[in-house]
Design a protein. Structure first.
Ligand code: MG
Length: 385
């Protein structure tokens, strides 16, 4: 394995920071050529000084700041609002890690697959919005997509070396989020602080709220369907609070291949960077005797209707998953700002999903239009509450 040149979009978030930890462990194998962030430009400055990328992307405010702090001789300081696509398409880039959250990742994701890169997405939104187009373009341009999301990484690994035609079912595991053992009657009084204390994975705020509503798992169902070309009824969500089995694939003979590991994002991140090789991660081994048992439960669709809504959006298809994503992004944002209460997140998103006139086989332009429509509609629905 030679040295891989890496771009990290969203290097100051939790996935970005962990990606740099992986990179740091193997300086002879990975060279950081691009880092981007939005508002955390002080951390980006630190990262830039340490990893010496040739390209930085940041918000316009950050551009002014970094130009004073970093000599522009070696490093180009660009705007994330305009230049993400050109950064990921640079000729010398081998791997693009998409650690930024939100719909804004769609443009650079497409640019990366169109340039035939290895793309390692932790971002779900782009695949939910336009998974069919992304996968189609990846095939056309010889891009490889190695997901970072722990469940998708697990499925990817369980499919390695197997015949796709022999697949029977995918078990997408879910830790259950912060509300697994909280009765539904208590949901509405929940504060942002309570929601953000997620038991298994340390993550960004938006995804932690999505884990609590289980919309995150719904997005993962959609994402898995796109990434692995599955039928909707081939994907089963399974609650597994210990989050040790990251997902499983059952084959026609009844054999089940599972991927297990400690809950540390450096594992799937490193696999995406080194695929098809594996390297010592320095992480501790799993102690099964200490662990004693793994438990499982059926998801409670009444308690977490967002999961069912995501299945519905996936079955209806077309522009609907994009609308689901945009409405959820807006509603969760309002919840985090304290404007919307917890149960209303689902109510608002479900209403927007119902109000949408589905465009089947949408183009990127039609997807972007659906995204804009959904955000406006969500604000309208919220204002009428
Ligand atoms: Mg996940």
């Amino acid at each position: 394995m030679g040295c891989k040149n890496i771009v990290i979009l969203g290097s100051t978030g939790s996935i970005g920071i962990n990606t740099l930890k992986v990179v740091e462990r193997y300086p002879e194998r990975f060279k950081v050529v691009g880092l981007t962030a939005y508002n955390n430009f002080k951390l980006l400055e630190k990262q830039a000084k340490k990893f010496q990328p040739t390209h930085l992307g940041v918000s316009d405010k950050g551009v002014a700041y970094l130009k004073k702090k970093i000599s522009s001789g070696k490093t180009k300081i660009l705007s994330v609002n305009r230049d993400l696509e050109s950064i990921v398409s640079l000729k010398n880039v081998d791997v693009v890690v998409i650690a930024m959250r939100g719909a804004g990742a769609l443009g650079p994701f497409l640019a990366a697959v169109r340039s035939g890169k290895i793309v390692a997405p932790a971002n779900k939104e782009a695949l939910v919005m336009a998974g069919d187009i992304i996968m189609q373009e990846a095939r056309e341009h010889g891009a490889t997509i190695v997901p970072i999301d722990s469940e998708q990484s697990a499925i990817f690994q369980c499919l390695n070396g197997q015949k796709r035609s022999e697949l029977k079912k995918v078990f997408l595991t879910a830790s259950g989020g912060a509300l697994l053992n909280v009765p539904k009657s208590k949901f509405n009084g929940l504060t942002v602080g309570q929601i953000l204390s997620h038991p298994r994975w340390k993550m960004g705020k938006k995804i932690t709220v999505d884990s609590a509503t289980m919309m995150n798992k719904g997005f993962e169902v959609i994402e898995a369907q796109k990434l692995f070309n599955l039928k909707t009824d081939e994907i089963d969500v399974l609650i597994h609070p210990e989050a040790i089995i990251h997902s499983m694939v059952e084959y026609v003979d009844g054999s089940i291949i599972a991927q297990l590991g400690i809950t540390d994002m450096r594992l799937p991140i490193q696999y995406a960077l080194t695929y098809p090789d594996r390297l010592d991660s320095g992480l501790k081994s799993m102690n099964f005797v200490e662990l004693k048992k793994l438990t499982f439960k059926k998801p409670d669709y009444k308690k977490f209707p967002a999961l069912e809504l995501a299945y519905y959006a996936l079955k209806k298809g077309g522009s609907l998953p994009c609308v689901l994503n945009a409405a959820d992004e807006e509603a969760v944002e309002s919840f985090l700002e304290g404007i919307l209460n917890f149960n209303s997140i689902y109510d608002v998103v479900a209403k927007v999903v119902r109000n949408h006139k589905i465009v089947s086989s949408p183009s990127i332009k039609q997807i972007m239009d659906a995204d804009i429509w959904a955000r406006e509609e969500t604000r309208k629905v919220m204002s009428q509450l």
